[in-house]
Design a binder for this molecule. Structure first.
Ligand SMILES: [Cu+2]
Length: 322
């Protein structure tokens, strides 16, 4: 191959490379995770950048060496050392073991520390009491209950800017995952279980909220708007919700039916609805916690069949966190 052919090939390759880069940069994709709007998302973004950077310490030299070695030891290069009997080098051994071990130590330490500092259950220090929001995933919609305000909404989450929000999450049926990428941390919602999440939005705006766990036919439409509002706007949002009709048992039964749902506000919520959803008795019947309590009582009575070893900690679905 002549030199001009090589030059032509290199030019083509660089053009393809530039076009690919341009396509990625101009694709209009929002790198939402890399554009966080709160402290949790910020910490997670930094963790992604740090982990990627550390891993590139290996990836980049390996790519360079793969090309450089192939070029240096090409058949036509008579100046390169030819060593057919070579079999060991202490220097190479030291390099290929020390660097990965150091990287694993650093990554392991960072992962250990952030697993605890970014625990979704961990409270975010704040002077103000966190806002309580109860989240229920249904097929295929999200229900948000505000116990303090006595209102609820479907597919719209409003939170005050700068105030920590403490979420309690569960699912009415199949497993889903609550995720507002710009605020950080995805948490699973599971039937009969309660998970917890603490988040804070530091900038007003409307952020995309999704379910990050496939849950069936209407899943693609199972998203919600997470609105971070200033204090006055949040008060106005609550006032507007209060003017809407109640979230009655009949209304909740309708929400439980499979199907997508438009954004809806409810002016009042039946007391303890989240507790009953969590304990699988929202539509009547025996609550799971009552059933478990009854089974435990039976087990402690002498001569009765033992459902549960009383010496062990009671199995109570309500207590399982995470
Ligand atoms: Cu679970």
């Amino acid at each position: 191959m002549r030199i001009s052919d090589w030059a032509g090939k290199a030019k083509l390759a660089s053009r393809v490379g530039l076009l690919t880069l341009a396509a990625v940069l101009l694709s209009g994709c929002d790198y939402v995770v890399m554009d966080p709007k709160g402290p949790v998302g910020e910490a997670e973004k930094n963790l992604i950048l740090l982990a990627t950077g550390i891993m590139l310490l290996v990836v980049v030299p390996v790519i360079i060496m793969a090309v450089a070695f192939a070029w240096k030891y090409r058949a036509s290069n008579t100046k390169a050392t030819y060593a057919p009997d070579w079999h060991h080098s202490n220097t190479i051994e030291a390099v290929v073991w020390t660097i990965p071990v150091l990287i694993i130590l650093v990554l392991g330490t960072v992962t250990w520390i952030t697993s605890h500092s970014l625990d979704p259950r961990k409270e975010i220090p704040s002077a103000e009491k966190p806002l309580e929001v109860e989240v229920v995933s249904l097929d295929w919609k999200w229900l948000f209950i505000y116990p303090e305000q006595g209102v609820a909404s479907v597919n719209e989450l409003a939170v005050p800017v700068g105030r920590t929000v403490h979420f309690k999450l569960t699912s009415s049926g199949v497993m889903n995952a609550f995720f507002v990428p710009q605020l950080g941390t995805q948490v699973y919602t599971m039937s009969g279980m309660q998970s917890q999440l603490n988040l804070r939005a530091d900038h007003p705006g409307t952020y995309m909220g999704i379910s990050a766990n496939y849950s069936g036919r209407g899943f693609a439409d199972m998203h919600f708007a997470a609105k971070a509002l200033d204090t006055a706007a949040f008060k106005a949002w609550v006032a507007k919700a209060k003017a809407a009709g109640p979230l009655s048992n009949a209304e909740y039964a309708a929400l439980m039916k499979q199907g997508t749902h438009p954004v809806t506000a409810y002016g009042s919520v039946e007391e303890g609805l989240f507790h009953r959803i969590l304990n699988r008795c929202a539509m009547g019947g025996v609550c799971t916690d009552d059933a478990v309590a009854m089974a435990n009582m039976k087990a402690t009575a002498p001569g009765k069949p033992i459902c549960d070893d009383p010496a062990k900690k009671a199995v109570n679905t309500k207590q399982i966190k995470g």
